[in-house]
Ligand binder design. Structure first.
Ligand SMILES: NC(=O)c1ccc[n+]([C@@H]2O[C@H](COP(=O)([O-])OP(=O)(O)OC[C@H]3O[C@@H](n4cnc5c(N)ncnc54)[C@H](O)[C@@H]3O)[C@@H](O)[C@H]2O)c1
Ligand SMILES: [Zn+2]
Length: 429
């Protein structure tokens, strides 16, 4: 399975997931679902773009008939930062206490709600809980309140993960908080809500699904890690039989729906399959972990200069998460091929059923990925979002800081390896 091995191999893996409600119309039942928790005051967390669709307000309005007072906070920053989260937490502390939270939106809204939940139930400040070495990496001491996550993008899988991702602005680094208690209590996945997701967001967030599935499928196998003691276990434990199942199925669903969902957002079968794929991939990577494309995404997003993607807020330069992950993925999987050729070939076959196998099998998956990215109108490599040769060493430095993710890579990764991956990702086709 892997070129890595352990002196004292791990024999245990773990699996966690939230309660789940899936289907068109599922978001009409949130008032009832909340009433089961016996809550009285609920904060609905969203961003201005999602608020404009009317969904968060509609979700809030259902609660009155169950005697629940609901308020909408629509100040989520698209791709949260330490500053935006601190601000959201301050406002929630001020207007609280809250008995429960409902996040309506993409990963940005869901992650903001996770941070609000953590810091309105636990003492201290954001930095106390952010992963080492950026923050103090403390674990919450108090239980969190119920959090219902209602995704409106088909991407992050944040509704089923234990992670809250943010940009730390003064360090120009993306990092996060990772703890089992951050996992939402209930994920309500209603494909109807994704009908208004713009094509550019569908394309970028869909690449996030794809990379979650591919990275967890090709992650180092859990038994190649050194055995952990119970108190050392982390949510990401490496590829394992259960995460494989979710990842493979997510890739098959993407094969049949991704191009269609980008080209015709009204195709509800495609929207539904994308929503299913996002959740499945979240169940996979949320337990197995991700590696090089996600590690590289952090500096690509953090060091952006002047790129303004279609269909995203225009006030700030940004490389959206899914896009930043995708841009080095073809080269990353060319690099990891030798760790598990059979998995890379199988993934290419799941993503492009019936495609001809090239003579050099290491080209198969990169070719399938590049063709897809071209078809859904993603930028043609990192040069197209503003990076040049002179930026490579800083990009490599940024990726090397993501050791938590690189530890999941099926091969040892050096600075030179990452430099080569960035260099060859300047232009993909
Ligand atoms: N916690 C996790 O497990 C995890 C995993 C991956 C990524 N992330 C994080 O999630 C964030 C990205 O989230 P995302 O890709 O879901 O997008 P997003 O939440 O950033 O939203 C992107 C844009 O789409 C708009 N939008 C969302 N849904 C819409 C809809 N139905 N109709 C119209 N407009 C809509 C939003 O207003 C926003 O402008 C990043 O910060 C990323 O780092 C978190
Ligand atoms: Zn991601």
């Amino acid at each position: 399975m892997s070129v890595l091995s352990a002196a004292n191999p791990e024999s245990v893996f773990t699996y966690g997931a939230p309660q789940l409600k899936f289907g068109n119309g599922a978001s009409n039942e949130i008032g009832f679902d909340l009433s089961l928790y016996g809550v009285k005051r609920v904060l609905v967390v969203t961003d201005p773009g999602v608020a404009a669709t009317g969904t968060p307000q509609r979700v809030a309005e259902q609660m009155a008939q169950f005697g629940i007072e609901a308020h909408v906070f629509d100040g989520v920053h698209v791709e949260p930062t330490d500053v935006s989260l601190t601000d959201a937490i301050a406002q929630a502390r001020e207007s609280g206490p809250w008995d429960a939270f409902v996040a309506v939106g993409g990963g940005s809204a869901i992650d903001t709600a996770k941070a609000i939940n953590l810091l309105t139930t636990n003492p201290g400040e954001l930095m106390d809980y952010i992963n080492l070495p950026v923050g103090k990496g403390l674990a919450p001491t108090q239980p969190l309140k119920p959090l219902i996550a209602v995704p409106t993008t088909t991407g992050t899988g944040s509704e089923s993960t234990t992670i809250c991702v943010m940009d730390v602005l003064h360090l120009k680094v993306k990092t996060g908080i990772s703890h089992a208690r951050l996992r939402p209590t209930l994920a309500v996945i209603d494909p109807d809500l994704t009908r208004t997701q713009p094509a550019g967001v569908t394309a970028a967030s869909g690449m996030d699904i794809l990379c979650h599935a591919l990275e967890s499928y090709t992650a180092r196998w859990y038994t190649t890690n050194e055995a952990k003691r119970p108190e050392q276990r982390v949510p990401y434990c490496g590829a394992n039989p259960i995460s494989d199942m979710w990842s493979e199925k997510a890739m098959s669903l993407l094969a049949g729906s991704f191009r269609t969902a980008v080209r015709n957002g009204e195709d509800m079968q495609a929207r539904s399959d994308m929503a299913t794929a996002a959740t499945f991939a979240g169940m996979g990577f949320g337990n197995a972990g991700v590696h090089i494309p996600h590690a590289n995404a952090y500096p690509i997003a953090g060091q952006v200069k002047d790129f303004h993607p279609k269909d995203y807020p225009t006030d700030e330069a940004m490389v959206p998460h899914g896009m930043s992950v995708a841009l080095t993925a073809p080269e990353a999987f060319r690099f990891t091929f030798r760790a598990s050729p059979e998995r890379h070939v199988r993934a290419a076959e799941l993503l492009a059923p019936g495609a001809d196998r090239p003579d050099d099998l290491s080209e198969f998956l990169p070719g399938v990925l590049s063709a897809l990215m071209r078809d859904i109108d993603l930028p043609n490599g990192i040069a197209a979002v503003g990076f040049g040769e002179g930026d490579i060493s800083e990009l490599v430095d940024g990726s090397m800081k993501q050791q938590r993710l690189l530890a999941t890579c099926p091969l040892p990764v050096t600075e030179d390896d990452l430099g080569g991956i960035f260099r060859r990702s300047m232009e993909l086709w």
